[in-house]
Write a protein that binds this ligand. Sequence first.
Ligand SMILES: Cc1cc2nc3c(=O)[nH]c(=O)nc-3n(C[C@H](O)[C@H](O)[C@H](O)COP(=O)(O)OP(=O)(O)OC[C@H]3O[C@@H](n4cnc5c(N)ncnc54)[C@H](O)[C@@H]3O)c2cc1C
Length: 510
Amino acid sequence: MTDIAERSTAATVDPLLAELRQIVGEAYAVPGVEAPDALIDQRSRYVGRARAVVRPGSVDEVAAVVRLLAREEVPIVPQGGHTSLVGGATPDDSGRAVVLSLKRLDRVRAIDLDNDTITVEAGVVLRRLQDTARDAGRLFPLSLGAEDSCTIGGNLGSNAGGVQVLRYGNARDLTLGLEVVTPSGEIWHGLRGLRKDNSGYDLRDLYIGSEGTLGIITAATLKLYPLPVAQRTAFVKLDSSESVLALFRLAQADFGASLTAFEAISGPAYALVQQRMPEERVPFPAEPNAERWYVLLEISDNESDHHAAERMEHVLEAALRDGAALDALVAQSLAHSQGFWRLRQYALGRAQACDGGIVPHDISLPVSALPDFLRRNEAHLQSRLPGVRVFAYGHIGDGNLHYHIGRPIDQPATYLATHGAEITQIVHDDVVGFGGSIAAEHGVGRSKRDALLRHKSPIELRLMQAIKHALDPAGIMNPGQLLPLNAPADGATGRSALLNPRGSSPIHSS
Ligand SMILES: Cc1cc2nc3c(=O)[nH]c(=O)nc-3n(C[C@H](O)[C@H](O)[C@H](O)COP(=O)(O)OP(=O)(O)OC[C@H]3O[C@@H](n4cnc5c(N)ncnc54)[C@H](O)[C@@H]3O)c2cc1C
């Protein structure tokens, strides 16, 4: 009985799976249906299928897997923590692709305190990387809401931002060297810790932010910074978005490089937390006034706790005196500060989910244009879709807003599915009109791929396609992400296809 069952299973094993198992071991290559978590994205917006999910344990195994898949012309979806908010690490529903998870590549290879660098493999979870640096007396400053599960490979694949970009830059700014497996299965050993290297095209920066479409990052050498001696966090209430910018300028002028976070929350986004999650503690009671804004700012100080407290007090007093701020609270304990951050990192998103969902946008604008954009876009939205609610918040010091649109309160949840594409078009058109970007930090993935066609210039799209074709001529790396499938590689043909993308490209709500 057992014999027959085993033989029939063996007979039906996909030959590709059998070869993958020879490379990585029986336990680390399974049919897609046996790894459902690898097939559904963080927000359950995309559900795909995969021929197999493979988890190599070393860079040599990654290279061998890629060589096999290249030989068979099988699409590869690189996957880290699978926290992408743009569907970037989820396979499509064709069932043709193999998901290549980097999670088992999780070694810290070296910490070099003399040169302030750390070299880690792609599957190291961001939180562990931060903790490892801290244990060595250093700071690794990348920090974002998904840090308990996202991996450094995914952070680099998407050039992640987060809450300390203002001071330390995004993932690209923190990277000195990379190790990459190319789409043909070669290994590029580029783990240099050099601060300066002008020896030709910057391949490192090309791979960072390429969303798995050019190759697989297997390890990185990253910058470390001194640990701050003290931090101070404050929560401020303001009367308008103009006042948010006034406070930002004041804080920048006074704190300089000590200003490590400046996060703003619009009144409607803040009020929704109290409405939908009354159990959450908020620093100030929400007010009906839609013009209100709130700011969470944090400074890092290299002298002392007392010094940090004095500096924060000085700036907040000036802001209250000038009228830029209406009220301010300074966290008096770590728990108090964590409460402020919990509101920003967790409660806002949760409240929107409880409200029946939103149409999300991750946009950036010149900081000075934010108030005009907010006003103009709200007017455009209300004239076309009366009653929609704008929940805006984000890394305003970087000009980056999470600009989410909720349904009119008297409309059913299906409203957003019906009107999502129109909402996104109104938002994106204004963003581009104000000189901004429709993909600030989460990447393009598949949710903004078609919108990218509308908003990037033809020449940028042609150059991007030429790079894709040069590095991945067979088109096996994460196909359908970032750039459209079957995009013409040749400039002239590409031009005609892309000059009039509006007619052929349905806009997805993101
Ligand atoms: C609650 C929450 C908060 C978030 N906050 C932020 C934020 O503040 N800022 C921000 O930027 N993002 C944020 N994100 C989005 C997401 O967490 C980040 O983009 C993160 O960097 C993705 O890492 P990951 O390991 O989960 O990558 P995945 O989701 O697995 O992959 C992301 C992309 O990178 C590619 N990729 C993965 N690994 C590799 C590799 N080794 N080599 C090449 N390509 C690879 C994938 O194919 C995919 O295109 C947030 C997400 C959540 C759920």
